[in-house]
Design a protein around this ligand. Structure first.
Ligand code: SF4
Length: 473
């Protein structure tokens, strides 16, 4: 495991980046527009908001289409070999556009660049890429642009600096009323199938006061929902010894944020304090994404998940006792090496027992560089496909039943806009993170949490009617 000390990026370094930003801004051949292509999880989506904030602060405007932008940044993901191939294919596609627009700058960043050897690969095999850097060097984008624009240099930063925390970077949010806050970075868990600990470094938590300041600013800006992000938020604070995650949630509630979510949550680190917090914290949305991955103890052990089915179910039961309206969602991997039909049946039984609102289901695919990639007992593709179809069918049936059981309830909906399918209806998300399309609303409700009476359910959305007379959060 990488044990380099956490490095907080100081004000001098940020000021230096500010000077690079000013130099780029004053340059006659600076990029006038940017386009960011984002792959992967919410953490990457939030990193892209930070990249966008940095670029717009330099007077560079967003271009809706990548082929028209002067600067295209690919913020990559490497969680699956497929994701990597897709990103590399899209980067190569842009090579042809660049032939016609030679001033175009192409940058690659994100998790893919943190992998050993990847920077060298880009250097040799993708000569049209001008800038490449990893997740820990995001704050240095102005400097990279300066070197590319002023010195006409290719900037391939292979330093693999990953144990950094940079505070106060500008963020251009996708939504005016929803926001992400990174509370920690990295992961110490080394699940056998996962590349994240190798590319995002070891766990490092931000200081609680920095997080609270950011949350307070968001609340003052009218944000209604904050999602806290980290690869394993339940172990927030373990590295700093400051405050544990449940206490952080309590302090965030005091900011007045109407709705608080978080992800991702490792079942082994789900503490009693956090379960109790669900019972008392009014800001905490009644939803938890709790990835189980398998319903078989043998497979969980092979995955190095460090909990068993009994422990998982016990935590589920206690969560539901603390917060009866909580909706649970999960991730499940089918056909992990060595998975027998019996193991798979145990996953099916667990899904039936927990009755998730929904589940992300994946067929295991070997990720180069992980422990599981070398495990014996790879499951044949046809068996894997047949298993995942059975699992999806069962979960779809449960989702339908859960959604139908919510009819008649009154829910607070954070309104996002007009429904894409029926413009006369509005759409938004309830606390359980389920989409709700409702009648009786109007554009003036966008960005507000309003009461809706749930009248019906589809296969994965709810229907409802706006309750005009008693608006509430
Ligand atoms: S907890 Fe496991 S699956 Fe999640 S990021 Fe860490 S190693 Fe990957």
């Amino acid at each position: 495991m990488n044990r380099e000390p956490v490095r907080h990026i100081g004000p001098e370094e940020l000021a230096e980046q500010g000077r690079f930003a000013a130099l780029v801004q004053a340059h006659h051949s600076r990029p006038r527009s940017y386009h960011i292509v984002t792959y992967g999880c919410q953490m990457n989506a939030h990193d892209s908001e930070t990249l966008a904030g940095t670029l717009s602060g330099m007077g560079i405007a967003n271009a809706p289409r990548r082929e028209e932008a002067d600067l295209v940044l690919f913020n990559t993901c490497c969680i699956r070999d497929n994701a990597e191939r897709k990103a590399l294919g899209n980067i190569t596609w842009l090579k042809e556009i660049k032939k016609k627009r030679p001033h175009m700058l192409i940058g690659v960043c994100g998790c893919m660049m943190q992998q050993r050897g990847m920077a060298e690969t880009v250097l040799k095999q993708y000569p049209f890429v001008d800038i490449a850097f990893g997740t820990g060097s995001l704050y240095r984008l102005p400097e990279y642009l300066y070197l590319a624009v002023e010195e006409k240099r290719r900037v391939i930063d292979v330093s693999r600096e990953e144990s950094t925390i940079a505070e106060g970077l500008p963020v251009l949010r996708e939504s005016p009323f929803k926001a992400y806050i990174n509370i920690m970075f990295g992961c110490n868990n080394y699940c056998a199938y996962c590349i994240v600990p190798y590319v995002r470094g070891r766990e490092r938590s931000r200081r609680a006061d920095d997080i609270l300041r950011e949350a307070e600013a968001l609340v003052a800006d009218g944000v209604q929902e904050i999602t806290l992000l980290g690869q394993n938020v339940n172990s927030y604070g373990n590295d700093t010894g400051e405050i544990p995650f449940a206490q952080l949630l309590r302090r965030l509630e005091a900011t007045g944020i109407p709705r608080l979510r978080f992800m991702t949550s490792h079942p082994k680190d789900l503490s009693n304090e956090l379960i109790e917090e669900y019972a008392r914290n009014r800001a905490l949305a009644p939803h938890l994404h709790l990835p189980v991955q398998s319903g078989s103890d043998n497979i969980l052990a092979a995955m190095n998940r460090r909990y068993d089915v009994r422990t998982y179910l016990d935590r589920v039961d206690r969560l539901r006792a603390a917060r009866p309206d909580i909706g649970l969602t999960t991730d499940l991997i089918v056909a992990f090496p060595g998975e027998t039909e019996e193991d798979f049946q145990q996953s099916m039984a667990l899904v039936e027992r927990v009755r998730y609102d929904s589940a992300f289901t994946f067929i295991y695919s070997a990720r180069t560089g992980t422990k599981a990639a070398g495990l014996p007992g790879q499951v044949a593709p046809d068996v894997a496909s047949e298993r995942i179809e059975r699992l999806i069918a069962v979960q779809e049936g449960i989702t339908r039943e859960v959604l139908h059981s919510l009819r008649g309830q009154r829910m607070g909906i954070l309104v996002e806009g007009a429904s894409a399918r029926r413009q006369s209806q509005m759409t938004g998300k309830c606390g359980r993170n389920i989409s709700v399309n409702f009648t009786g609303g109007h554009e003036g409700l966008v960005g507000r949490i309003v009461p809706v009476h749930i009248t019906g359910a589809g296969s994965n959305t709810l229907r409802g009617e706006y309750i005009k007379e008693e608006e509430t959060t």
